[in-house]
Design a binder for this molecule. Structure first.
Ligand SMILES: Nc1nc2c(ncn2[C@@H]2O[C@H](COP(=O)(O)OP(=O)(O)OP(=O)(O)O)[C@@H](O)[C@H]2O)c(=O)[nH]1
Ligand SMILES: [Mg+2]
Length: 291
């Protein structure tokens, strides 16, 4: 599979983020709870190495709660303050405020010793495209969103969004790209729909996804489509064809339309109609990739 991405954009985004790091107290990083590692840009760890870190497992409503609990513990072990969030409904946002306070406890103490009271915490939101940054900002800010305007002494043009009396947010989220070079990462990102679909082959994506679901969530496909999940010696793609027949994905003349069936399966997955499915779990081998 091929993915379009632009190293030039990436370099620029990283430079921008490096500049912005000087202005903030805490980095609030959003990942997709279904792929908490694959949707995390590894460069953020280097860029934010001196900052307090909050990790938001966003879209937790779409992920498998058992896997999400494992990821929360996994990231906490790595010194992140972690919250599970559904930015659409707003559930988990109270925990985010607690995480930010906890992450900035030392800063708040330091301010207090110096006689500075109630200086708002300054935060930056970062995350890969489509992870839910805008939705999160809007819902975390609620009705209180107001730009505080340029502050003297701060780089020209920077705007701060006042979230509440304790937290100000840099108005432009830092957008970085996932690690597309890793084929497995690329697959997971495409399954959740965060890559432009026109450059991908739906049948391939759906077949790969269903192989994963069959193995990790046996019974889910059967419950959704009323099909045998594993027929011995079946050729690859046969399951998709059986789903096509069940769902009437046929061309004129009765020929099976696998592409339509593939898009149906992908849409069902993305709409959480097959179930709450996580696409990766913390494993021993992943201990090497983080930190
Ligand atoms: N179910 C669910 N959907 C969410 C959640 N957060 C965001 N979304 C949806 O995810 C999609 C992307 O959300 P955005 O807020 O636009 O993501 P973004 O990170 O700002 O995207 P870019 O600006 O393109 O980088 C939208 O359809 C949101 O409604 C969540 O917690 N749960
Ligand atoms: Mg956005």
């Amino acid at each position: 599979m091929q993915y379009q991405w632009y190293p030039g954009h990436m370099a620029k985004a990283k430079r921008q983020m490096q500049e912005d790091m000087k202005l903030i107290d805490v980095v609030v990083e959003l990942v997709d709870a279904r792929i908490p590692l694959s949707s995390k840009n590894p460069d953020v760890d280097a860029l934010a190495k001196d900052k307090s870190r909050v990790l938001i497992l966003n879209k937790a409503d779409m992920a498998d709660p058992a896997a999400t609990a494992l990821w929360k513990a996994w990231y906490e072990k790595r010194k992140f303050f972690v919250a599970e969030v559904n930015s659409r409904s707003g559930s988990g946002l109270k925990a985010v405020q607690d995480c930010i306070n906890e992450a900035c406890r030392e800063k708040i103490e330091r301010d207090r010793r110096r006689g500075i009271l109630n200086r708002p915490i300054r935060a930056m939101i970062v995350g890969i495209p489509n992870v839910g940054k805008s939705t999160f900002i809007n819902s975390f800010a609620g009705k209180a969103v107001a730009k505080t305007g340029n502050k003297p002494g701060v780089t020209k043009g920077k705007q701060w969004i006042k979230l509440n009396k304790n937290v100000e947010l840099l108005d432009t989220p830092g957008i970085l790209w996932p690690k597309f070079e890793d084929v497995e990462v690329g697959k997971r990102i495409s399954w959740i729909g965060s890559i432009n679909d026109d450059i991908l082959v739906p049948e391939e994506m759906a077949n790969d996804l269903m192989n994963y679901i069959k193995a990790e969530y046996p019974g889910f496909l059967n419950a959704k489509y009323a099909v045998e999940e594993s027929v011995p010696d079946e050729k690859p793609g046969a399951l998709l064809e059986r789903i096509a027949v069940k769902r009437g994905c046929l061309r004129k003349g009765g020929e099976i339309d696998s592409e339509r069936a593939a898009n149906l399966v992908l849409d069902d997955f993305r709409g959480v109609k097959i179930g709450r499915i996580s696409l990766e779990r913390p494993a021993a081998e992943q201990d090497k990739t983080a930190e």
